[in-house]
Write a protein that binds this ligand. Structure first.
Ligand code: C2E
Ligand code: CA
Ligand code: CA
Ligand code: CA
Length: 280
């Protein structure tokens, strides 16, 4: 039995080594990806309900690995956070999105997305001088600050350090702040008192079950009341069905994002965006 235990231990260690080797490889490849044009951004419409008119877009990063093909951000963003690579990667994403936003304003005028949202990870927010970098990008690109929305999670804000100060400095620039995946963190409601938020994105996990009239529906209904009372814009995330869209609208939601209206699109497709569906 002892021998067997030892054997298992070896297998376990091998697997650990394999996993950390994979992670190291991924990080090295990602560093290269940044320099060799393997990354690009897609933009998912954030729409006005019920008809699905374009209100804004959220930038979502994509990586096409030369050998492994497409790798999703849910895989490589955590790796980038662990290695610190998210700092240069995030700076690149922010710059690309702001440049694109200016291009839309030039090309589409009043039909351009009114807001362009960029995800910012905890690690970026912790970096001293992040707000300064945001100001510099706005200066370089000429994007009006109110067009940019920075999306942060509750966990990122509570990561400690200077995250909250950085957010306050970003808000002072006139940039909008969105609380992403709202309701999945540990201190959602307390955060509303301390964090300078403009937008609250109600997490998909609540939206999934909104039509069942169970606890999730109660939460979704309560959140719109809080948002209205606090002059926060509520966005329902991950809307996939006509039933969900109709229920959200009935509860008083005005903004939604999800496959029901549109998948994330290449920048060029935003000019011709039309909602995939409209609720009956
Ligand atoms: P997120 O910020 O919550 O972004 C929304 C995710 O939900 C996106 O996945 C989007 O494609 C997906 N989604 C939108 N509507 C629906 C729907 O109706 N159904 C379903 N099943 N999914 C929907 P994506 O692009 O794979 O990104 C996953 C996560 O990776 C993001 O979650 C965000 O946390 C992170 N991420 C993506 N792009 C960036 C980025 O540029 N920077 C940083 N720091 N993180 C990013
Ligand atoms: Ca987001
Ligand atoms: Ca989200
Ligand atoms: Ca999410």
């Amino acid at each position: 039995a002892k021998g067997q235990g030892k054997g298992r231990q070896v297998v376990f260690d091998d697997r650990m080594d394999q996993r950390s080797a994979d992670q190291a490889r991924l990080a090295a490849d990602l560093r290269c990806a940044l320099d060799t044009d393997q990354l690009h951004l897609l933009y998912q419409p954030i729409v006005e309900m019920p008809d699905g008119t374009l209100a804004g877009v959220e930038a979502l990063v994509r990586w096409t690995h030369p050998e492994r093909g497409p790798i999703g951000p849910a895989v490589f963003i955590p790796a980038a956070e662990r290695t610190g690579l998210i700092v240069p990667l995030g700076a690149w994403i922010l710059e690309q999105a702001c440049r694109q936003a200016v291009r839309w304003q030039e090309e589409l005028g009043a039909a351009a997305p009114r807001t362009v949202s960029v995800n910012v990870s905890a690690r970026q927010l912790r970096e001293a001088g992040f707000a300064f970098e945001v100001a510099a990008v706005l200066g370089r690109t000429g994007l009006p600050p109110h067009v940019l929305t920075v999306e942060v999670t509750e966990t990122a804000v509570f990561d400690g350090g200077t995250a909250l100060e950085e957010l306050e400095a970003i808000a002072a620039l006139g940039v909008k702040i969105a609380l992403d995946d709202f309701g999945t963190g540990h201190s959602s409601l307390g955060l509303l008192r301390t964090c300078p938020a403009d937008v609250l994105k109600v997490d998909k996990s609540f939206v999934d079950d909104v039509t069942t009239d169970g606890p999730q529906t109660v939460v979704v209904a309560a959140l719109i009341g809080i948002c209205d009372g606090m002059r926060l814009r509520a966005v329902a995330e991950g809307v996939e069905t006509a039933g969900q869209a109709a229920k959200l609208h009935e509860l008083g939601y005005r903004y939604a994002q999800g496959y029901f209206y549109s998948r994330p699109l290449p920048a060029e497709a935003i000019a011709t965006y039309a909602p995939a569906h409209q609720p009956a």
